[in-house]
Design a protein around this ligand. Structure first.
Ligand code: NAI
Length: 709
């Protein structure tokens, strides 16, 4: 038989024990061939009179990572996992022991729960049911078996959060029978032999009764009430609660039926589709055409950061937490001391909150070296500049870095708007220069825009990509333009918000509409948080269209008054006990300016229009960015928005929304607004092209990938 036709499930006999093994690299997903293999091997073992017990395990690092997600789109065929588990595994008449050798997630964990006994390796870090994170619920009995095994409240937490637990926690909760050091299969075989010796048969979780005696009566209602802003969107987390509740009210068989109904509701929902798309988009962002596994990654062991302000300290923390030694250089002692104090405070607070151990905290703190001398960067493999946003200053420091840094060191700028090519030209090694655009707070926000200059070498870019992973960030490549992918689009979104404020929407109307639709935070609350002065300064330095300057007139007047937002106690809102409160004075300023500009006041703007106009502006600008080659793929744009701008993953991202709406409709609506508002709504040629050819952004991405391959 050719190697490719080999079944991913096989049996090895150890005396009276059949060891059934899944071998489906890399993480033993439970695709059709595995499910068929499980049915076959369990049937054979069950029929073999010489076999007294069965051990089920996985090959490599995983027991099983669960369903094969690609089957969600290609279609699934029988035998289905829930059936395999119910009938072949839990229904087996010989005792079945799971030997959990590595991660068991989703369907993989459900498979383990279907076994009669569980032995786990102490090295296992991830056991759990993360289905909610892709917009669905566990669908192979997880919601019915876990409450029977570990109690309703613990099961509810695990299923609704989707967060994994480690082997020790699983043992404490009763999800596994024992945790062992060393070879888990050997231990499970011994466990099985012991069962045989003691005459113990199958112990089926489905036969257990859910203990409801001590449940708070409002447990489920309270949980449902806490889900308003769950990252899975409006459906999946609620369905998880409903399914677990069913386990307390229905028989096992009826509970399984209810679980199926609920997953069938979730699967076709736009939220599940968006979450699954976002999951793949994020992985896709890491692949860059022309850069493959043969591209050399430069060694990066030590990191230098220039500037100990807001971003410099955050960036230092991100690398320190990633295990890198960091040298941080400032101009003045005072600024350096303040930056170092901020770094220490964050480390201390992480220790206090139990995120890291005191020993880890001490090791991280010992890894940072403060300095006032850029010569300290002489041995650094990577230097990231985070000084003031001024081209003159950036050019000066890059000139100096060029003199100081060793050959091959990567020189990066954290600029949020400036031309990386111009910065690179201040050095004699533009091939080593790129942008690393972090988001504030840089130690927390996941997005890292990696800005590829004209001259940036492939290996420098590949190194930056690999570094983003090493510090737990999602890297997305952007070409050079004002604001790169994220901020350039945001400028258009923000401009439309200003227009609506002049037309009669209040800041609260806008924020409520957009937060209600799914944004983590409304745009005006965001500006109050970041500081209205940031954009105000940029508008003073850069040349924008007259229209944009006109639309921002009130906002700039607010900043002129020193109302920068939360940091000054007032901005678009007033802040009372850190809570935002509407300010009639701000509304009055917009009304007065509107009258001056001859804008007819409307009696508020409906939420749907607020959502549509902001979304369409993002889409239109995203299409331009894609057409210009600033973004490699539309899915990269969505990854940027989800990880850096608070666009909820269950909404898929602006470009995904465009495809969902249909490009014909998108084009029609943009043209509608173009007629009404003119220039700022000029439709992107790519949208017209796609609309005319029945295209989608997703299809365009695919075609480009094919052409590059
Ligand atoms: P900041 O004003 O908090 O910090 C800048 C620091 O650089 C100051 O401590 C200053 O003393 C120091 N500095 C200035 N010139 C220096 C020199 N020649 N040598 C050594 N140190 C020097 O500014 P922030 O907000 O940290 O911004 C830094 C850069 O990051 C800017 O380019 C900004 O556009 C960019 N950025 C800012 C974001 C934000 O949310 N604040 C987000 C993303 C990028």
């Amino acid at each position: 038989m050719p190697e490719t036709n080999k079944s991913p499930v096989s049996t090895e006999r150890r005396d009276a024990i059949a060891v059934i093994r899944i071998d489906n690299p890399p993480v033993n997903p439970l695709g059709l061939a595995v499910r068929e293999g499980l049915v076959r091997e369990f049937a054979t073992a069950s029929a073999d009179a010489g076999i007294k017990a069965i051990v089920l395990t996985g090959t490599g690092k995983a027991f099983s990572a669960g369903a094969d997600i690609t089957e969600f789109s290609t279609g699934r065929h029988a035998p289905f996992l829930f059936d395999v588990i119910n009938t072949a595994i839990e229904g087996a008449t010989k005792p079945v022991v799971a030997a959990i050798n590595g991660l068991a997630l989703g369907g993989g964990f459900e498979l383990a729960l279907g076994c009669h006994y569980r032995v786990a390796s102490s090295a296992v870090k991830q056991l759990g049911l993360p289905e909610v994170k892709i917009g669905i619920i566990p669908g192979a009995g997880g919601t019915q078996r876990l409450p029977r095994l570990i109690g309703v409240e613990a099961a509810l937490d695990i299923i609704v959060s989707g967060a994994p637990i480690d082997a020790a926690k699983a043992l404490a909760l009763g999800a596994v029978d024992t945790v062992v050091e060393g070879d888990v299969v050997t231990a499970a075989v011994a466990f099985a032999n012991d069962l045989i010796a003691r005459g113990q048969g199958p112990r089926r979780t489905c036969d257990r009764v859910v203990d409801v005696s001590a449940l708070p009566p409002d447990l489920f209602d309270k949980k449902r009430a806490s889900l308003a802003r769950h990252p899975s969107g409006p459906l999946a987390a609620r369905a998880c609660v409903d399914a677990v509740e069913a386990s307390t009210k229905l028989s096992f068989a009826d509970g399984m039926k209810r679980e199926r109904e609920l997953i069938q509701e979730c699967l076709p929902s736009p939220y599940a589709k968006a979450l699954q798309y976002a999951f793949f988009a994020e992985r896709q962002a890491g692949s860059i055409p022309g850069i493959g596994s043969t591209t050399k990654i430069r060694d990066v062991i030590t990191v230098g950061v220039l500037g100990a302000g807001t971003m410099g300290t955050g960036i230092s923390l991100a690398f320190l937490q990633g295990g890198f030694p960091v040298t941080i250089v400032e101009m003045k002692q005072d600024a350096l001391d303040k930056g170092m104090a901020r770094i220490r405070e964050t480390i201390d607070s992480n220790v206090k909150r139990g995120r890291i151990t005191p020993e880890q905290g001490a090791a991280i703190a010992a890894n940072v070296t403060p300095s006032l001398d850029m010569a300290s960067f002489a041995t650094a493999d990577l230097v990231i500049e985070a000084v003031f946003e001024s081209m003159a200053i950036k050019k000066e420091v890059f000139g100096k870095l060029d003199q100081i840094c060793k050959p091959g060191a990567i020189l990066a700028s954290n600029t949020s708007t400036l031309d990386v090519d111009e910065i690179a030209a201040a050095t004699k090694r533009p091939q080593d220069v790129l942008g690393l655009h972090f988001f504030s707070p840089a130690n927390i926000m996941r997005l890292l825009e990696i800005v590829r200059g004209k001259a940036t070498a492939d290996d420098a870019l590949a190194t930056a990509m690999s570094l983003s992973k090493r510090i737990g960030k999602v890297g997305a490549v952007s070409g050079v333009c004002f604001g790169f992918i994220g901020n350039r689009m945001l400028e258009n979104y923000g401009e439309e918000v200003q227009a609506m404020l002049l037309e009669g929407a209040t800041p609260a109307d806008v924020d409520k509409a957009l937060e209600g639709w799914g944004w983590a935070m409304g745009p005006l609350a965001v500006m109050d948080l970041v500081g209205i002065d940031v954009g105000w300064r940029i508008r003073k330095e850069h040349k924008f269209s007259d229209e944009r300057m006109r639309l921002y007139r009130v906002t700039d007047a607010i900043a002129d008054q020193g109302r920068y937002g939360q940091k000054t106690g007032a901005g678009y809102y007033k802040y009372v006990d850190r809570k935002r409160v509407e300010d009639p004075a701000v509304t009055a300023m917009f009304r007065a300016e509107a009258a001056k500009q001859g804008i007819e006041p409307r009696n508020g703007i409906p939420a749907e229009e607020i959502v549509e106009r902001t979304l369409l502006r993002l889409i239109n600008s995203g299409a331009e960015i894609l057409d210009e080659g600033i973004a490699l793929r539309s899915s990269d744009i969505d990854t940027v928005y989800i990880n850096g701008y608070g666009f909820q993953a269950w909404r898929g991202g602006p470009m995904w929304q465009a495809d969902a709406m249909g490009l014909v409709k998108v084009a029609e609506r943009i043209k509608f607004y173009e007629k009404k508002y003119g220039e700022r709504w000029r439709i992107a040629p790519l949208i017209e092209k796609l609309a005319a050819s029945d295209g989608t952004f997703a299809a365009l991405d695919k075609a480009k990938a094919k052409a590059a391959a």
